[in-house]
Design a protein around this ligand. Structure first.
Ligand code: ING
Ligand code: ZN
Length: 309
């Protein structure tokens, strides 16, 4: 007899566990989840993407959300798992979630930088970048959030492969960036919002980060972000700040949110989850549940806004 332990959403799970979970939650919820591989990582691991939404047979507008760009930001991987479980377990009982899943799809990539995440479990808990080889140096990896084609490597990024913010040898030099960008380009006509989940600092950022100039949709992006962080705060009083990346955190080129926005995905946001620095990347497991519960409110707020506008 094979006894399967239930997936624990209140613990940090390694990639093997997340991978098994992605496969089993999809097959257990065939009317709400489908699964595909958008490509392999540098070290050859499959990037599983879950499509969460009621299957209707017709094309629906979609929200794309990824977690785990940066390997050490473990609360983000936990959030994507939480989101998928919460979606399927509140469908049919929570009216907002039911409406969202009936009328739109969520593309969820639970672990973008799988190789880096594995490395944080095996060797260096504070690893940030991918694990690709760089020519002419023994330094490993590129910062995937400096690797997109948005003012690439012009500010807040390094051309030194030994830096933690190395922009890579060219835009989308990382196979993980290319896989994600190709998927979004291919599905551009249905993707209405892009959310990329990072930690930490309790911020909700939107374009631009690669320049100080305001986005054409600045006032709408700002008001939606303010609604989202107000919703988040109702649960435990957690305070977030929102604004354009360049002035709210720091100028940094090559981020995926700026790239998606300039491609035409208007509602493009970067979350920086808990905390404000007490534990930083080493957020205790006891904070997974409250962090995920409050973040759900912000994500649902943005998705509902997008659906109705
Ligand atoms: N913060 C982001 C980073 O990549 C960011 C901030 C967002 C930069 C959007 C550029 C664009 O540095 C973390 N914690 O990774
Ligand atoms: Zn990050």
């Amino acid at each position: 007899m094979r006894v399967t332990k239930a997936h624990d959403y209140t613990k940090y799970n390694n990639w093997a566990t997340i991978n098994d979970w992605a496969i089993s939650i999809s097959s257990a919820n065939p009317s709400l989840i489908s699964r595909q591989v958008i490509g392999n990582t540098y070290e050859g691991r499959p990037m599983h993407l879950l499509t969460v939404g009621k299957k209707t047979g017709s094309a629906k507008p979609a929200v794309f959300m990824d977690c785990g760009f940066h390997a050490r930001e473990w609360i983000t991987h936990a959030f994507c798992q939480w989101f998928v479980n919460e979606a399927v377990s509140t469908y049919g009982s929570d009216p907002e979630m039911t409406n969202l899943l009936d009328r739109m799809d969520f593309f969820v990539l639970p672990v973008f930088n799988i190789d880096g995440y594995e490395y944080t479990w095996s060797s260096n808990r504070m690893w940030r970048k991918t694990r690709s080889k760089n020519s002419g140096t023994s330094c490993i990896g590129t910062d995937p959030n400096r690797n997109f084609n948005a003012g690439w490597c012009t500010t807040g990024a390094s051309s030194n492969p030994c830096s933690d913010t190395y922009c890579g040898s060219s835009p989308e030099s990382e196979i993980e960036s290319k896989n994600l960008a190709n998927f979004i380009r291919t599905n551009k006509s249905i993707i209405k919002a892009y959310m990329t989940v990072h930690s930490y600092s309790q911020l909700l950022l939107f374009p631009y980060s690669y320049k100080y100039g305001l986005a054409a949709d600045h006032s709408e992006l700002l008001s939606v972000s303010q609604g989202a962080i107000a919703a988040l705060r109702t649960l435990y009083g957690t305070k977030y700040t929102s604004g354009p990346g360049a002035t709210t955190i720091y100028p940094a080129a090559g981020g995926s949110d700026d790239w998606a926005y300039d491609l035409g995905v208007k509602y493009s946001y970067t979350f920086e989850l808990r905390d404000e620095g007490r534990y930083g990347f080493l957020l205790p497991e006891s904070q997974i549940k409250p962090t995920c519960e409050e973040t759900m409110l912000a994500v649902k707020y943005i998705a509902s806004y997008v659906l109705n506008n």
